[in-house]
Ligand binder design. Structure first.
Ligand code: NAD
Length: 404
């Protein structure tokens, strides 16, 4: 098929390379000229495992452009543009702009417009009014750092459509993944995405609150508690890692968006609101742990990406931590294997530890596992629970959810 992809971020590129591997011809459109120029030279604008290699391998199936006109004769176009939350509400301007431009250029009335961006319920209905062609809602559940693996092996595929045939076409497109398919209405598909992200955010905030209590107890470690409760199939072991909080390009904006969307409908999402509140308090807990060690001096923050295996720092808790540390008067240096932050001086790993009076692990990169020996002599706070407490110096080590 000739497939258009509008918006060449993580989701657009992961979708693009995976479908290019299946032999489809991909026309990737973005309004960001620099991004398109780089992609034309086979340069991925982001770090995502396997992305650069797949881009090079299947480059013959790609056209990258800023010109919507090249989408005029496509079988299907994915909308994968950003949907930020601005002033607490979802901003759908990019989606509607893409829809309007598609409406202007699509020549065939059987080109299906597929919304992959995360959008509040009712959006597909509005996009249909703009483009006139059939619209399918096909929300994306990939995790950054595993974007390609997840696109190839999703847990499920959700297809929301008004009519059966367009949904069938999208279902066929993803058949190679062998994932279970849930056919829904537009609104259900849109709601599923928010319900999923909100639930995951709640799960992490839940274990973070349990961690707070564990910290007050003698001989109590939240990782042991999480492991045991996670063995209960009704709970599952995933998203039960206590830490300095969730960040990234999705959870913060999506939880806020659904809370305000619900409020406009006269409903309060009290549990999701509580999860956001708990999350916002995480950094202050780390700061008070640090103050228990040192009130001033050099702090090395290990990790600035919002999670491992990505260079994405959007809404990264590590960056917020750096800003707070600086406002509290600490001098901050940071190291990350892939990501950069303007907020702190970025140095090499050894240098970061050498300069530091205290080290805070803010992102759970594999590279930081097994650092116990190297960290000797420093005050250490394990914000992501990747160090072995039994190998750390007594009186110089604290960790989220680890009691005295
Ligand atoms: P991104 O911000 O990395 O990329 C979006 C791209 O869209 C940018 O390159 C931007 O220049 C482009 N764009 C904006 N307006 C445009 C327009 N009118 N025409 C063409 N291009 C335009 O976004 P992302 O992280 O890939 O996320 C895209 C969507 O998918 C969002 O709705 C997000 O919530 C959702 N999503 C993201 C993830 C994730 O892990 N990042 C996972 C699932 C779902």
């Amino acid at each position: 098929m000739r497939i258009g992809i509008v918006g060449l971020g993580v989701v657009g590129l992961a979708t693009g390379v995976v479908l290019a591997e299946q032999g489809h011809k991909i026309i990737g459109v973005d309004i960001d000229q620099n991004k398109v120029k780089g992609l034309e030279c086979k340069r991925s604008p982001i770090y995502e495992p396997g992305l650069q290699e797949m881009l090079e391998r299947y480059f013959h199936n790609f056209t990258f452009t800023t010109d919507y006109g090249l989408l005029s004769d496509t079988d299907l176009v994915f909308i994968t543009v950003s949907t930020p939350t601005i002033d607490g509400k979802i901003y759908l301007g990019y989606v509607f702009d893409a829809a309007k431009r598609l409406g202007d250029v699509l020549k065939r009335n059987d080109t299906i417009v597929v919304i992959k961006s995360t959008v509040v319920p009712g959006t597909a209905r509005k996009v249909k009014e703009i483009v006139k062609n059939d619209v399918v809602s096909n929300p994306e559940f990939l995790r950054e750092g595993r974007a390609i693996l997840d696109t190839k092996n999703p847990d499920r595929i959700v297809i929301g459509s008004e009519n059966k045939e367009p949904g069938d076409l999208v279902e066929n497109l993803w058949k190679f993944t062998n994932a279970p398919v849930i056919r829904t209405t537009w609104e259900e598909a849109e709601m599923i995405k928010y319900a999923a992200n909100s639930f995951l955010a709640v799960k992490i905030s839940f274990i973070n609150e349990i961690a707070n209590v564990c910290e007050k107890l003698k001989d109590c470690d939240v990782t042991v508690v999480a492991k045991a409760i996670g063995m209960d199939k009704r709970i599952s072991p995933y998203f039960l890692n206590a830490g300095i909080g969730w960040g990234g390009s999705c959870f913060p904006k999506d939880t806020q968006a659904i809370v305000s969307f619900a409020r406009d409908l006269g409903e309060e999402l009290k549990i999701v609101e509580a999860a956001i509140k708990v999350n916002n308090e995480r950094i202050n807990r780390v700061i008070s742990m640090l103050k228990g060690f040192i009130k001033e001096g050099n702090v090395c923050v290990l990790g600035v990406a919002f999670k491992p295996n990505t260079d994405d720092t959007r809404e990264s808790v590590a960056i917020k931590l750096i800003k707070t540390l600086k406002s509290e008067g600490y001098k901050v240096v940071a190291y990350d294997p892939k990501a950069k932050a303007d907020e702190a001086e970025m140095v090499g790993l050894d240098e970061c530890i050498r300069i530091a009076d205290a080290v805070i692990i803010a992102t759970e990169w594999d590279e930081f596992k097994g650092l116990e020996e190297k960290l000797r002599g420093k005050f250490v706070i394990d914000g992501r629970r990747i160090l072995d407490p039994s190998k750390m110096e007594k009186g110089k080590f604290k960790a989220i959810g680890l009691g005295e």
